[in-house]
Design a protein around this ligand. Sequence first.
Ligand code: NAD
Length: 478
Amino acid sequence: MQPAPSSVQALGALLMRQKSAFAAEGAVSAECRRQRLQQVIDLLVRHHQSLAQAIDEDFGGRPAGFTLMNDVIGALASLKHARDHLQQWMADDQRPPFAPYDQLGAKAWVRYQPKGSVGIIGTWNAPLYTLFSPLASALAAGNRAILKPSEVLPRTAALVAELCAAHLDPLLVAVVTGGPDLAEALTAQPFDHLVFTGSTAVGRLVMSNAAKNLVPVTLELGGKSPVIVSPTADVAKAAFSVAVAKATNAGQICINPDLVYVPRAALEGFVAELRSAYCALNPTVAGNPDVVAVVNARHLARVEALVQDARALGARIESMPETAPEAADERRRPLQVVVNPPEQAQIMHEEIFGPALVLLAYDALDEVIAQINSRPRPLALYYFGEDLQEQQHVLDHTLSGGVTLNDVMMHAALHDAPFGGVGASGMGHYHGREGFLEFSHLRSVFQAPGYDPRREWGLLPPYGEHYLAAMLAQVTAD
Ligand code: NAD
């Protein structure tokens, strides 16, 4: 087995070999695509335990059950959905030719052709999902791929590389390992498409690098996903949903609730319900195997600094659970709820991505909508309430990657609906048919009829006296 390439030269050579193999292959049949997806499915099914163990060790505490649900089953769902639907997705799409060629026997259709080699850069919070779910769409569309796992989880990255090298042809799916330098070099390669999952700041660098080779990009970025709790909402239900989300992966999820807007009169009730729901899920922190650790010391310091900055600016901080003895050798932490921080606090602007949350009291819904619209467009938006007109008003006056109503994060689990951001939270999609389209070139084909009428109809030079009149007659507004 070859070690995973980790140098820029080896990466460049690998990409050239993949591209040559792609060019030599020509059309990729539905059966071949299904077999390729099945190989990846088999790899994950066979090695799910060792992968979950590596992730647990890299995090310093992440339950295997959660990794199976979030990463393994999540990726399998994308791979199986693609396997089972790709034949209907890839069928040529007949289109009506224009008049008068439609009367003369012309034909037109759209072909969905693979683009070639896709580079996929993953992140650490969903280390398998952010590699294998986009890979499902890329393989369904007939492409090849080179994956780059996040260096933040070194055991996981090495294992993904080892397993892919053992089970998959590197000219079909290869893995390269390394840090930001290699990732940066990867985005400068002439791929046929790039998928990047990560922060908005690095997303800008990726797009700028990709632009040098005109490589199209799918950017799956982050942001501050807001939750709007309407005066008509069931406060206990809303607080429970937010508590469950914050207890999931310790809030290290791209679509995690970040800023929660609560009617002023309901704020204290919401805090109490949140405390009760969160503490029922995680009654203790240190040594509790259900609590996911913050991934490393750098991210822990980042989240703690956001909370500390808000505290220094006078914000009230609620710790859930209240007393949480910290073990020096672990990074499990209680949820820190920052109540009404001032606008200049860093936590009002930077994505939290960890065990903290902002609660903001509001008086009028349109003020909340104006605040949300004054910030970069979020990856997700959540609305809790029973007023359907108000719900429609929120949907009509905001924009986010996706939305869940009366719960949080659920829309991301839809296999047959696009997942992606908008504006600062990203561009492009994977999942479902839209993922297949993302990695396909939509190639229009026109098949000319046997008879070309243009000479006979006076449409070619030398133009006769009727040509201009015939054209003028067609400049109509109906
Ligand atoms: P990050 O941006 O620091 O790193 C992500 C990846 O980028 C890593 O593999 C890293 O090696 C690579 N990288 C670093 N520097 C690079 C460069 N100059 N050029 C190219 N690649 C480079 O993000 P992170 O800390 O790993 O992940 C957290 C972020 O990811 C959060 O913002 C979160 O919201 C976002 N995220 C988004 C989604 C989504 O689907 N939209 C999913 C998970 C996480």
